[in-house]
Ligand binder design. Structure first.
Ligand code: AMP
Length: 403
């Protein structure tokens, strides 16, 4: 990787550590890995499930490592290793059985990826995951490498908030550096006192203070990059969030050609600079006509679920292809599409109205097989396809209401 500052995979920042431990560099697999072989995945949530379905469709066997007995991916896999992500025995078993292993979430310990990489091919590499899984590493890496972000400050103690808030201004968002997702571990703060209170509320763990920017809209780009550095990008998605959780993705994004081109160029540039191998997503804010990078996800992304029904190759087949060292698939958009997330909130008061949704021939339902619904939990999504984007959006809105 070309960046200077690197996380040392134990949580603190160390600019001198070399990147030689980046996972996919440790083990040289014979590529391509062809159908019949076993592919592994760390994490058994919905992203792991859709990876598993894609891999099995293509004739691979799949082994999933996830501690949850009823994990959505475990239900679909040939083998579900029910163990913790740090379980050495389970990691050895996974490494021995699988021709290659990937991950479906960024919070997998980077040390587990390093351990696996001594047994088998691992992509993405531990170093990339370590950057993406910690907001302070991620923001520092982006700034070091010249990518614009919202103004931010790293906060390790209450004292950091004084100078930090002078840099970011108020209002601001205080975000925990690790394990925050879908708006969790975030607090909007309007004064130094509120920032201090929020920091204490988070137990004094490392945080990032981020200036609250006025969003024109949010967009994202999902891409895949091969070992040889070939990069293919999916069309730009325009994303609407509710309470910090993705609600709707609209594709193609209704942004200018300039913004769309810049988003794809920046995403490619980030992947190149990371030396990334696999599928990744970059989320952007559009602010004052320019792009700010919000987050990097070292995996397929919720905002890429539209590809399942609207692109020649979907993001999960692409993940299989990149992992197996196959040529990357065609990312062409075959139809305008609107993706709508289905959250657990809809189960309160009788459950979703599937009849109404499934009555439409151009609405595609994807459910994740989760046993219990909770507010805010992602239970599934649906894609609405129409040759006319406004018509797809109107139907999606209608379906959201009737569901
Ligand atoms: P995150 O988990 O950081 O991606 O935040 C979830 C959502 O909160 C984003 O998709 C935005 O809609 C909103 N958000 C996060 N950070 C900011 C910010 N600095 N300014 C304005 N809105 C933000």
């Amino acid at each position: 990787m070309s960046n200077e500052a690197q996380p040392n995979l134990t949580g603190t920042y160390d600019s001198k550590r070399a990147s030689a431990r980046s996972g996919s560099e440790s083990f040289r697999a014979a590529l391509p890995i062809l159908p019949g072989a076993t592919l592994g995945i760390l994490g058994g949530g919905q992203l792991g499930r859709m990876f598993t379905i894609a891999a099995r469709t293509m004739g691979y066997k799949v082994m999933v490592l996830d501690p949850d007995f009823s994990s959505p991916a475990g239900q679909m896999a040939d083998v579900h290793l029910q163990a913790d992500y740090t379980d050495h025995g389970a990691l050895r078993q996974l490494g021995a059985a699988c021709a290659a292993v990937t991950t479906e979430f960024e919070n997998v310990p980077a040390a587990s990826l390093i351990e696996l990489a001594s047994h088998t091919r691992v992509s993405p590499g531990a170093q990339c995951v370590a950057i993406a899984q910690d907001r302070s590493h991620e923001k520092s890496w982006l700034a070091t490498n010249g990518f614009a972000t919202a103004p931010f400050a790293l906060v390790y103690n209450e004292g950091d908030l004084d100078q930090g808030s002078a840099d970011t201004g108020f209002p601001a968002l205080l975000k925990v550096a690790r394990f925050g997702y879908d708006g969790k571990g975030q607090a909007r703060v309007d004064s130094l006192d509120e920032a201090r209170a929020a920091f204490r509320e988070f137990g004094g763990q490392p945080c990032v203070l981020e200036g609250f920017v006025k969003l024109e809209c949010e967009v994202s780009v999902v891409l895949a990059r091969s070992d040889a550095g070939e990069c293919v990008l999916f069309p730009v998605a325009e994303n609407r969030h509710e309470a910090g959780i993705l609600d709707v993705s609209i594709v193609p994004a209704r942004v200018s050609d300039t913004i769309a081109t810049q988003a794809r160029d920046m995403a490619r540039d980030i992947a190149d600079k990371l030396g990334y191998v696999g599928v990744m997503a970059v989320e952007f804010f559009v602010v004052g006509g320019r792009l700010l990078v919000n987050e990097i996800a070292p995996r397929p992304h919720n905002s890429g679920h539209y590809t399942l029904d609207a692109c020649v190759t979907d993001q999960f087949e692409q993940q299989v292809r990149a992992l197996a060292g196959l040529p990357l698939g065609d990312t062409r958009l075959m139809s305008p599409v609107v993706m709508v997330n289905i959250l657990g909130d809809r189960w309160t008061g009788g459950g979703p109205n599937w009849d109404a949704l499934l009555a439409h021939p151009n609405v595609k339902l994807h459910l994740y097989g989760k046993e219990s619904a909770r507010p805010g939990r992602k239970m599934g999504h649906f894609n609405v396809l129409d040759t006319d984007l406004p018509a797809a959006l109107a139907l999606a809105e209608r379906m959201r209401e009737v569901l």
